[in-house]
Ligand binder design. Structure first.
Ligand code: PBG
Length: 327
């Protein structure tokens, strides 16, 4: 056959395939989300997230050590307080569970980069991401709380804050508050493009944060939309976001690509609990090769344009990189 183009030529060996690879991944892109609870010596497996746990603060150092050894040096911390109330006061308490976790980790592992998820739903008795006025989440009143949460986390040792509430104007409010408190160099990773998603189901189990009534569609985005993602992304950059996040990741590659194209800040993608749960469950049932699948899904986010990847599979990904299964 007289073929000019033979794309298969470049697929002849692993060495060659690796050389011409378009997407390269690295451990420095990985962020591992973790759940912290009150108490002593707690390691509670999350039923819908096999292999993921709620840890008490005294159990975090062993986890941090294992992560650092694998080359994962960034974590996103979620606090699950013992006590929830209408205004989520444990979220900004000086000695709240997440603040104490940050203090403990920072003191022992200064090289571990700590990111605080700034939101209220894990802390409010009603499970919504803000302050209620009747059944409406009051945007503007919520902003002052979010700002307090962010400052309290940074005071406790957070290196970066990541607001995930989807209130309008929160990036500006948090930037203001951080600057006023003297934290001009603390970056904000905005969950700018966060969809109202059924993929968060297992997380809400983990954090006991399902809304007591209604849903989050009045503040999180409608998954039919992508131009709106551009609007959210640009708005947050204008307000001072240093990095942007798209969430979920797996069904949103088009959105990651679009946000990457229209902005000039680093873009993160959050592979959320439902993505983890699907892969883990199918893997445990023996229906798929779990490692192969989680690598493929991660690569798809990077291929779409993500610079940073948050995943409950971060340790497995780091191991897969060591083994050359993804790279
Ligand atoms: C807090 C928050 C949620 C997630 C991250 N931050 C839950 C939600 O919005 O309901 C979801 C993460 C996941 O599913 O892994 N607002």
């Amino acid at each position: 056959m007289d073929l000019i183009h033979r794309p298969r030529r470049l697929r002849r060996s692993e060495t060659l395939r690796k050389m011409v690879r378009e997407t390269r991944v690295s451990k420095s892109s990985l962020i591992y989300p973790m759940f912290v609870v009150e108490g002593q010596n707690v390691q509670e497996e999350i039923p819908s997230m096999a292999g993921q746990y709620r840890w008490s603060i005294d159990r975090l150092p062993e986890q941090a050590e294992a992560l650092l050894k694998l080359g994962v040096d960034k974590v996103m911390l979620f606090g699950i307080p013992g006590h929830k109330d209408a205004c989520g006061s444990e979220a900004y308490a000086e000695h709240g569970v997440v603040q104490e976790a940050m203090r403990a980790l920072k003191a022992r592992f200064p090289e571990l980069y700590l990111i605080g998820d700034v939101c209220m739903c894990e802390y409010t008795s009603h499970g919504h991401c803000g302050i209620l006025d009747g059944d409406y989440v009051d945007n503007d009143r919520t902003l002052e709380y979010l700002a307090k949460i962010a400052v309290s986390q940074v005071q406790a040792g957070a290196d970066m804050v990541a607001p995930s509430d989807m209130m309008d104007g929160r990036v500006a409010a948090i930037r203001d508050a951080l600057d006023d408190a003297g934290y001009v160099n603390t970056p904000i990773l905005s969950y700018a493009v966060k969809y109202a998603s059924s993929f968060y189901g297992p997380f809400r189990d983990a954090a006991d944060s399902a809304p007591a009534f209604g849903d989050r569609k009045q503040y999180q985005m409608d998954y039919h939309n992508s131009r709106e993602a551009v609007k959210e992304a640009l708005t947050d950059v204008d307000e001072g976001a240093d990095l942007l996040m798209v969430k979920p990741a797996m069904a949103y590659g088009d959105i990651i690509a679009r946000v990457k194209e229209v902005t000039d800040v680093p873009v993160a993608a959050y592979s959320v609990s439902g993505e983890y749960c699907m892969v883990k469950t199918c893997g445990r049932l023996g229906y798929v090769d779990e490692t192969a699948m989680l690598c493929e899904i991660a690569a798809s986010a990077f291929r779409a344009g993500a610079d940073i990847y948050l995943s409950y599979f971060a340790p497995e990904l780091a191991r897969a990189m060591d083994e050359g299964r993804i790279g």
